[in-house]
Write a protein that binds this ligand. Structure first.
Ligand code: HEM
Ligand code: HEM
Length: 133
C-alpha cells in the first residue's frame, strides 16, 4: 500500500544527499559528513528498504498501524536529519538540538519496531515461509 510513498520519498532523499555529497567534495569541506551519511542511509536506504518490504511482503497491509508506522518514520527521520543539519552547520547549539535528536531517534527506532510487528503479523509472510520449508 505505502510502497510508492516510501519509494518516492527515498528518491528525494537520494537526490538531496547526493547534492550534499557533491557540495562537500567540491568545497573540500566535509563538516556535513554526518548529515550526508544519514540522508543517504536513514533517508534514502531505510525508506527504500521499507518500500521493498511493503511491495514484497506487505502488499495488503493498510490501516492505522501502517499509516502510524509511515508517519512515525518519516516525521522522525526528517526531524533527525534537519536537527543534524542545524547542529553540524552550526546554526543551533548542541544543548538545544540534542533533545530533539534524542526524541527523533527514538521515533526512528519505534518506526522500525512497528515494522517488525507488521511483518510478524502478516499471514503471507508466514505462508511463504511454510511453502519454502
Ligand atoms: C555523488 C555521490 C557522492 C558524493 C560526491 C559523496 C561525497 C562524500 C564525501 C565528500 C564524504 C566525506 C568523506 C570523509 O570526510 O571521510 C562522504 C561520506 C559518506 N558518504 Fe558519500 N558521497 C556520495 C554518495 C554516497 C552514497 C550513494 C552513499 C550511501 C548510499 C554515501 C554514504 C556516505 C557515508 C555513509 C559517508 C560517511 C563515511 C564515513 O563515516 O567516513 N555517499 N561522501
Ligand atoms: C535512530 C537512528 C540513528 C541514530 C540516533 C544514529 C546516530 C549516529 C551517531 C551518533 C553517529 C556518530 C556521528 C559522529 O561521528 O559524530 C552515527 C554515525 C553513523 N551512522 Fe547513524 N544513527 C542512526 C541511524 C543510522 C542508520 C539507519 C544508518 C544506516 C543505515 C546509520 C549509519 C551510520 C554511519 C555509516 C555512521 C558513520 C558515518 C558518520 O560518521 O556519520 N545510522 N550515527
Amino acid at each position: 500500500m505505502l510502497d510508492r510513498q516510501y519509494l518516492v520519498i527515498s528518491l528525494f532523499y537520494a537526490v538531496a544527499g547526493l547534492l550534499m555529497g557533491i557540495y562537500m567534495a567540491a568545497a573540500k569541506n566535509h563538516s556535513l559528513l554526518v548529515v550526508h551519511a544519514h540522508m543517504m542511509l536513514l533517508g534514502f536506504v531505510v525508506s527504500f528498504i521499507y518500500a521493498v518490504i511493503y511491495k514484497t511482503w506487505l502488499p495488503r497491509t493498510s490501516g492505522s498501524l501502517a499509516i502510524t508506522q509511515f508517519c512515525l518514520h518519516q516525521v522522525s527521520a526528517l526531524v533527525m536529519i534537519s536537527g543534524l543539519f542545524m547542529l553540524y552547520a552550526q546554526i543551533m547549539p548542541e544543548p538545544i538540538v540534542g533533545p530533539v535528536l534524542g526524541v527523533s531517534s527514538i521515533g526512528v527506532l519505534l518506526g522500525m519496531l512497528l515494522m517488525v510487528v507488521m511483518v510478524l503479523k502478516e499471514k503471507s509472510v508466514r505462508a511463504a515461509d511454510y511453502i519454502v520449508s
